[in-house]
Write a protein that binds this ligand. Sequence first.
Ligand code: GYE
Length: 375
Amino acid sequence: MKKKLVSALVCAAMVATMAVGCGGGGDTQADAPAADAGTETPADDAAAPEEDATGDEAAAPAAGGDVITIGFAQVGHESDWRTASTKSCQDVFSAENGYDLQFVDCDNDSAVQLEAVRGFIEQDVDYIIIDPIVSTGWDTVLTECEDAGIPVIVIDRTIDDSDKYVSWVGSNFKTEGLAAGEWLKAYAAAKGISELNVLVIEGSTGASATIGRTEGFKEIADREGWTILDSQSGDFTQDGGAEVMESYCKSYEGQFNVVICQNDNEAFGAMDAMTAAGVSYGVDGDVILVSFDACTAGLEFVKSGDINADFECNPLAAPFVEEVIKTLASGGTPEKEVYMAEHWFVNEDILSSIEVNGETQELTVVTDDIIAAQY
Ligand code: GYE
């Protein structure tokens, strides 16, 4: 395992209000034993808290026979990561498990997302789950949820201008960006590459995932004196990644040797655009290609050597959310912040670990078993 995984309790105790990062140094993460404890792969410890994600009948919040109604305002359907996130919620909050899940795909439109939340208030659902498209503009609607007495659980992206939610479950995006930077530094040194000229394809503008990954990577780039030639949004989509990369290939022909894509789908688009422009990438190419998310298809490209390194972001928040709901249903106070476990994946076995925030973090070489266990 890459990190020493510690209880999220420690993290929550340290951070009273919303803030990306935990305690300044490396983040503290919730260990999550897999539903299938039989295989040991890095993906396993990020799969589910406590018991099987399908739910233990006796312990389920709906055990008394009442169906629990949950409104989920999802970002959209822009990426493999998003598909895995939606599936995680639909699997856990199924009718079989005693839930009525009201799912709204907000198609990356913040106005639609606010409207969805207001719709859930009107329906008087029992709980509201929000994956906030952007990190600001939330206080008014969260106050409305509070006034209606409906607990809000935020997943994945953070809300930065309100703390009127009971719990947030997600990842430390800045740490992911820092890890990508620290890996690039160590990798370039191991390969004898002294000059790094970087192009960044950012995620959706205003999303905390974009903000954190951009900040984290830039911090290392500035410290190391690398040149970031450009940094534009590819909107977390394959088409967006292809479009930005196509224009980068024209504007920066022969000038770049690193491309950082802030998710796998952008990386797939960037690969297509580089291939079309005759630019070689990956472990045998001229351009080092880095991605985030590490979903199944992303890891397949790491294994084939097309992507050099992929920094995981765990989309399986729903089992953790169910724990929060169980805690609330039994009159308890859930942790304000729950960080999920993640791993850093590479193709080549030339570095065993990197230092991130003063902490040694393992690098995992992708194998078929890891891909088979990933989402
Ligand atoms: O990286 C991207 C998705 O918010 C962490 O959103 C998430 C990001 C993820 O579209 O693939």
